[in-house]
Design a protein around this ligand. Structure first.
Ligand SMILES: [Zn+2]
Length: 249
């Protein structure tokens, strides 16, 4: 394709890239009806392996594969903004189930969704902040189901990080250490239940760094909600089992 997506307006990108379903390539809407109904409606425990020490309870809707992966990438990298709503529904349902696991009979209160921050250069290259957009859609979904959810951008990037792609879990953790800081929380931030949100949980290092930065500012993190979680990799890099598992390892 000769067009540079970054040079196109939002509507133009949707028009250009939205001529077929991102899930099944059927001509028409960016997400066809049958792919939309096949999206996961539940969140599940998704501990990465190995789990970063002290990581708050992580929930995801499914493996970072197939339709979920196609949705996340088309929205994030290709600016198919119409996918923010279905991704937000998925993330909202993950948060809903995570809250159920956390609360178990406790009184519901305000839920603060804190997105992992995107670096300014990355936002400029993409032309939008995909995670913030999906998090806002998730908050809308939650409020419609009676959950008092609000998006709080408490985290900002700090320091330098290298591209994570080629790094293993230990290297990612070292690379990310100190890479975020929290804005000064207000009193309401301390009273609400704070969840870190991200699109994909890989090693858990990013979520753990977000949690560290918030805790350093006096904010307690109750859990981590992501759209998808990568499958575990075998020692030779082969595809491993699903990440979903019970806590305790
Ligand atoms: Zn489809």
């Amino acid at each position: 394709m000769a067009h540079d997506p970054a040079s196109l307006s939002d509507a133009g990108r949707d028009l250009l890239l939205g001529s077929a379903c991102v899930g099944c390539a059927r001509p028409g809407r960016v997400l066809c009806g049958s792919c939309a109904v096949s999206l996961p409606r539940r969140g599940r425990v998704s501990w990465p392996s190995p789990t970063p020490t002290g990581l708050a309870l992580p929930f995801a809707a499914g493996a970072y594969d197939g339709l979920l992966k196609a949705l996340v990438n088309a929205h994030k990298e290709h600016g198919v903004l119409a996918l923010a709503a279905p991704l937000g529904r998925v993330l909202g349902d993950v948060v809903h189930d995570l809250l159920g696991a956390l609360d178990a009979g406790r009184e519901a209160g305000t839920v603060l969704l804190v997105p992992v921050p995107s670096r300014g250069a990355v936002v400029r290259r993409r032309g939008h902040d995909p995670l913030l957009r999906v998090t806002r859609a998730a908050a809308v979904r939650l409020r419609r189901t009676g959950v008092d959810a609000t998006v709080r951008r408490l985290l900002v990037p700090a320091g330098r990080v290298l591209d994570q792609t080629a790094l293993d879990a230990g290297q990612r953790a070292a690379n990310l250490s100190g890479s975020m800081r929290a804005r000064r929380p207000c009193a309401a931030d301390r009273r609400g239940r704070v969840l870190v949100v991200d699109d994909v949980l890989t090693t858990g290092s990013t979520a753990r760094e977000a949690q560290r930065a918030l805790e350093a500012a006096g904010v307690t993190v109750c859990g981590v909600a992501t759209v998808a979680a990568t499958r575990r990799r075998g020692p030779d890099g082969t595809r491993g089992s699903l990440p979903f598992s019970e806590p305790g390892h």
